[in-house]
Structures are given as C-alpha cells and as structure tokens.
Design a protein around this ligand. Sequence first.
Ligand code: LMR
Length: 402
Amino acid sequence: SFAHVQQAPEDPILGITVAYNKDPSPAKVNLGVGAYRTEEGKPLVLNVVRKAEQQIVADKSRNKEYLGITGIPSFNKLSAQLILGSDSPAIAEKRVVTVQGLSGTGSLRVGGEFLARHYGGQKIIYVPSPTWGNHLKIFPLSGVETRTYRYFDPKTKGLDYEGMIEDLRNAPNGAVVLLHACAHNPTGVDPSQEQWEGIRRVIREEKQLLPFFDSAYQGFASGSLDTDAWAVRQFVNDGGEAFIAQSYAKNMGLYGERVGALSVIVKGAEVATRVESQLKLVIRPMYSNPPTHGAAIVSVILSDKDLFEEWKVELKDMADRIISMRHQLFDALKERKTPGNWEHILNQIGMFTFTGLNKQQVEYMTREHHIYMTLDGRISMAGLSSRTVPQLADAIHSAVVN
Ligand code: LMR
C-alpha cells in the first residue's frame, strides 16, 4: 500500500514557479527560476533557434529513428569544441569523450554515476558552499559522497578565496571538486583569473584532485563564449583529467528541450574509448538514448557559420540586458536611499544577484509585494525588466527598513 507516503516539499527553485502560478495578483513577478525573459517579461525563443528548426523540419532526409546511446556524434564533437576551443590539444589527441546529456542535470548525473562506478580516486565530491541546490541531490544519489568547500563570504559578498584554498588543501588526495565554470549559481561570484590559477595549482600540483566543471552559462556571463570558457580551458590545457557538464538551456534558450553534454577528458585515446563504452552502460538503463530535437538544433547552429555568428549576437544581447538590469536595480535602490551597500548587484556575474536578503525578508517581499524569489535571497536578474525594477526596489526597500 501507499497510504504511508508523505507529502514531499516543493523544490526550492522550481517550487517558486508553482507558488507564482497560484498567485492571482496581476502585479506578481517571478524572479525565482533562472530563465531569461524579454523586456516584456516573455520567454524568448532565439531567432537562430527558429531558423535551425525550420531547416530541420524542411530536411526530409531527417527521421525520428533512435539516436545511438551517446547521442548525435556531430553534436558531441561541436559541444567539446565549443567549451574547449576548436584548437584544443586534448581534442586533437582524442583524449576527450563527449556524450549527449539531458541538459546540465542529466549530464551531471551521468558523470556522477560513472564516477561512483569507475573512478579510481576518492568517491567524494566537494561542492562550493553555497551551490546550486540540485548538486547536493545529484551526487549523493549517484553514489558519490558530497562535501562542501568554503566559497562565499557573506561579509564581503565576494569569494572566500583563503577559505576555499584551505578546504581544497585539506581534501583527501583523489577527491573530486565541483567548480562552476563561470557565473556561479546562486552567488554570481567568480574567482579572478589570478585566483583561478591559484585554485588550479592546488588541484593539479599541491594535490591530485579531479575538477568537475558545471558549465551552465557559457556566453551568458560576459557575453563572450571564449571568456566564459577561460577557466575550463586552463584546466584542460594543462594536460590533466577533467569532467565537464554543459547545458544549452540558458545560452541557446533551450530550457525545455533538455539538451546538454558530458565530456570526460582523460590521459590517452585508448582510455577514452574504454570510458565511452562504460558511459554507454550508465546511460542505457537510465533513459536508453537521448532525445533528438534539441541536439539537432544545437548542431545546426554550431556548424553553420552564419547562424553561429548570429547566435553570438543574440547571446550578447541577452547578457547585456541582464547587465543593464543590474545598473537599473542598483540606481533604483540608491534613489530610494535603501540602507546597506548594494555594490554587489553590479559586481556579481551572470543570471543571478545574491542579494544578502534573509528568509524573513524574502517571505515579506513575496507576501506584500508579490515578488517571487528563492528563500536564500537569490534574484534572477534575467527575469527583471525596466517595468518591474521599481516594484522590486520598493519591495527590497520596505523589506530592509521594516
Ligand atoms: C536555476 O538555478 O534557477 C536554474 O538552473 C534552473 C534549475 O533547474 O534549477
């Protein structure tokens, strides 16, 4: 019987949308989930995505057959090139295995399951504190013990670099370290290039740790695909092993298509072949093989020079709109003389601002101002618009002064 089944809590991020949908107020604003909205507050389907879809539909040679277990080969190759750079020595040396995944989550999960079965080091993953909530569920359920390293310093609202380095130094050799490739979620705080180099030295030289990158925002943080892949490339170009989960949810706006990739970078071509064979054994009993449509869209865009250039422009437009929201919100709080230092709204990177507002303040803003955001004080800047900035600023102001 199932009478004993308990009511589960809503997901801390996706549950915000559930609550938002139930609110009848016309004034409601959803700044919970990290999903891009236009100035009109509408979801955006990129023009390049529409064009790629038209090509796909018109191409009668395409069919609805099953993909292979690892997905569309050209998609995998292009995804590795996108994150590692098309001139990547690791790709040339055939040390990179890439499999199509179900967006970021699915790619992380396949990576976690593979680590749990085959990793020769410590089956322990260190994730930043705080991190995207799903990391804390994906890895333990994969069979990889999950611990945290210090990352965010609430006092400076910046990186606790010393704490992070100390925690990595104290991790057992062979442990895995989850790193956000850029635009750390939820804090919007990234290491500087110099700090990345310090982190790399600890991971590669002082210790033998395995970096596992979560790349959910390539192109979204700075507007440049190469700039946002910089840290990952430092770790791969040094010749060491690495895991990378890529998502196309944000940077191509393909949220619901569930399209992403997992790359495993090893030390030799033969090892790569064997790793790929084992990844197939992880995937097959989980979901058999991945869906076609989203990956086909990505392949068309990444392989067509004109569409690729057009994508970069659209990506930069999205990144720029988010940055302009940062300025508008900062100015609005300044205008209201809201107590506190709000510089971090300008300094944080990517989709989110980690405001520093506490749970009570967030609950107040939701109750009194119909602003929906996660209880950790994270705001999706991509969900804001010029119209809603004043409402958010009023809500923050009254939450802070009350
Ligand atoms: C988020 O953090 O809001 C996004 O990555 C969406 C998700 O799946 O949680």
